[in-house]
Design a binder for this molecule. Structure first.
Ligand SMILES: [Zn+2]
Length: 299
């Protein structure tokens, strides 16, 4: 199957053309939130060849699947838009639309580190935490919006979240949290990447800040493992770049917060395999699975 996958995030559209499991073309276009639908159509046209059979689109926010209604998301200039029929008309191809974190999870389970695993939790760290659940080999969506793990409240009195609540998981560990720690510890232009570089140089404060974020990562993962019992936990985005500075404290906190006297096997916590284009790849895979007749992976 030959499909196009696009991932519209808060600051850029990323896209791939997928031929079987081969990435035949790739693009990245920064955007400023103006005419997002037009930009998606232009990106699809740029990647298109005459043999493309379907297009998949990932959107950052609350998306109803399979209808493709984009309900709301703090990072995109859309609100209650029926994206799928609009895109199908403009592209003259079948279109599948889903939440971006669901698609990143689908991609890792079909072509990445979770290949051939049936029960996988995939966390994508950016300005917040995107969660994708693969249960029984399929994307689990609940009624529509399952996997909004970034808004699990781990403490009542914590920092204010973009959603309006306090103490959400993503206020304790996310790309933004690492950026903030970098500004506090290093200087006001520093980023999470600089924080990791400082930890690599042996900066004790940077190491402690990453360990504290990692501890919260592990506490949240322990809660999700208690509910879902996945075989594997995949961590992508900013948290993956921080590597073991974050993941080792996370694994330790997961063990400490999921006690069963050692009787319970715990999932491995590993870095994502597909990098920043995971959701675009997942969008292309979803389009293929929904429109090639080989509709066994999803519903
Ligand atoms: Zn929140």
């Amino acid at each position: 199957v030959i499909t196009i996958g696009l991932d519209a995030g808060g600051s850029a559209i990323k896209g791939v053309r997928l031929e079987g499991e081969r990435i035949a073309a790739e693009l990245r276009r920064p955007h400023h939130g103006v005419d997002l639908i037009g930009l998606i159509v232009a990106a699809a046209a740029e990647l298109s060849t005459p043999d493309v059979e379907a297009v998949g689109v990932g959107l950052a926010g609350l998306v109803r699947h399979p209808g493709g209604e984009f309900v709301w998301g703090p990072h995109l200039p859309l609100f209650n838009v029926e994206t799928r029929p609009i895109l199908e008309e403009k592209l003259a191809l079948p279109v599948a639309v889903d939440n971006d974190a669901n698609l990143a999870a689908l991609a890792e389970s079909r072509m990445g580190v979770a290949r051939d695993r049936s029960h996988v939790l995939v966390l994508s760290f950016g300005s917040g935490i995107g969660g994708g659940l693969i249960l029984g080999g399929r994307v689990y969506r609940g009624t529509s919006f399952a996997g909004e793990v970034g808004h699990m409240r781990l403490t009542e009195a914590g920092d204010l979240c973009a959603c309006g609540n306090r103490g959400c998981w993503e206020t304790l560990v996310s790309g933004s949290v690492l950026d903030r720690a970098a500004r506090r510890i290093l200087d006001r232009n520093a980023t999470g990447e600089d924080l990791v570089a400082a930890a690599d140089r042996g900066d004790a404060e940077a190491i402690a800040a990453l360990a504290e974020a990692g501890r919260w990562l592990g506490i949240g993962v322990a809660n999700l493992v208690a509910v879902l019992d996945p075989e594997l936990v995949v961590v992508g985005g900013a948290a993956a770049q921080a590597g073991e500075w974050l993941l080792e404290p996370a694994r330790m906190a997961m063990r400490e917060n999921l006690r069963s006297d050692g009787h319970r096997p715990l999932p491995r916590v590993v870095r994502a395999g597909l990098g920043p284009i995971a959701a675009a790849i997942g969008a292309a895979i979803l389009a293929g699975e929904e429109y090639s007749g080989d509709n066994d992976g999803d519903e």
